[in-house]
Design a binder for this molecule. Sequence first.
Ligand code: F6P
Length: 502
Amino acid sequence: MTTPTWNADSLRRLVQREIGDYRLVVVSNRQPYIHELIEGKLRYVVPAGGLTTALDPLMQECGGTWVAYGGGKGDWYAVDERNRIAVPPDDPQYTLRLVWLTEEQEKGYYYGFSNEALWPLCHNAYTEPVFDAEDWQTYQAVNEEFANQVLDEIDGQPAAVFTQDYHLALLPRRLREADPDIITGQFWHIPWPNPEIFRICPWQTELLDGLLGNDLLGFHIGDHCNNFLETVSRTIDSRVDLDFSLISHHNEPTLVRPFPISVDFEDVCQSAASPYVTDEMERLSDELGLNGMVVGLGIDRIDYTKGIPHRFRAMGRFLEKNPEYIGKVVFVQAGVMSRTSIDAYQQLAEQIDGLLEEINTRFAVRDWKPIIYLPTDLPNVSLLALRRLAQFCVVSSLHDGMNLVAKEYVASRFDEDGVLILSPFTGAAHELTDALIVNPYATEHFADAILEAVEMPYEERRTRMVRMRSIVRENNIYKWAARLLVELMQGARRARRPIRNH
Ligand code: F6P
């Protein structure tokens, strides 16, 4: 007998059963709906990135409050006197509560410690982390501020607080100190490095102590859990039980578990099949000159972990080795610019522009060029259309927790066609083994994988895509949330009984 696939209804029933009288509070740096003031009018945008893609549909089903940084220019005008707003703005389902930060705080905590220290520390992309003492102080102060806002929000009621990501590593400990009855869970959306790498961080003990304020700590894959367990056992006074993936620190347990994040498969699939998307495919094909071409696609936040220069180089090498495809294969790279005030991101932008110029100049024929670069925030309908137009999609991350772009491509291909070229250094490669798995540093192999994707017969494309779709359909975002919630609530209830020695 097969288990029914998780969906919004089954998750809602599970939430009612597991959460009961507890208030559900999600906390993250990035908010799901950013309000901007455009020509004096309030408009909202949905930020790019895996966190919102994964958590917004869940909050819409489960209700509760999402606490996040109010970074939009129009946010102040959108909220009520308690800094709250009901979202989604067009069809409110849950409450968003915003935390205000000064420009200095944003600089030190978000751009500084989170994205110049922790981000490169956790990703093997060979960008040196910057450990600045002032940024660290600001990071601590901002985590404190988030904790105060969360405590104010729950106001002494029973609550389960589900914290997101590396911006808020100190938050769970602060919550536990304030009220040990709060159930605390955290999902770390990026990789966790091995102890040899993590130990270069001057504040490793404080970060680990913060994270061990959680009842449950989730990573995408087992390797990241193992790295974390090993880091803790080498760094901090604790008992680490590798068999149960359980850490006991200050006599308090933290369960460490893998939860591979995913997408709302059915929703993406249905949206991709909409007639608006078909119209958009036509429009984009005309505008970008894609008619009659084999289209390859990349969609990424422009980040040095995504291996964008590596895929451009592979595309150049593919054309060099297979000149018969000049004028016939075109690669579209879409994606939003990100964290542009950080040096490493400015350098990446320059590197991308340089490669683009070099490769496009070298292979251009009449009005055809091999790479079309669209570094803008495209609407969802255009992204869906591009996924459907693309015979192959490239995800060439140098290191990535999961990578939802890969799963979104698979979910969009309701026609069961299309080839995914996927880096083995993504969490997604553990599940999507029918992709063409290729090391982005190995340009020669990468170029050959592009050739394989271009020449793969339809029957093989279909067989592989059908298998990948059944994996993403089954392991969807509702299953991710359900597993997490059950482990969090049941683990926390067990933990509140006296801990026995193993
Ligand atoms: O991948 C890690 C992550 O924090 C995601 O959870 C998020 O979607 C993405 O990076 C975007 O980052 P930012 O909020 O800095 O734009």
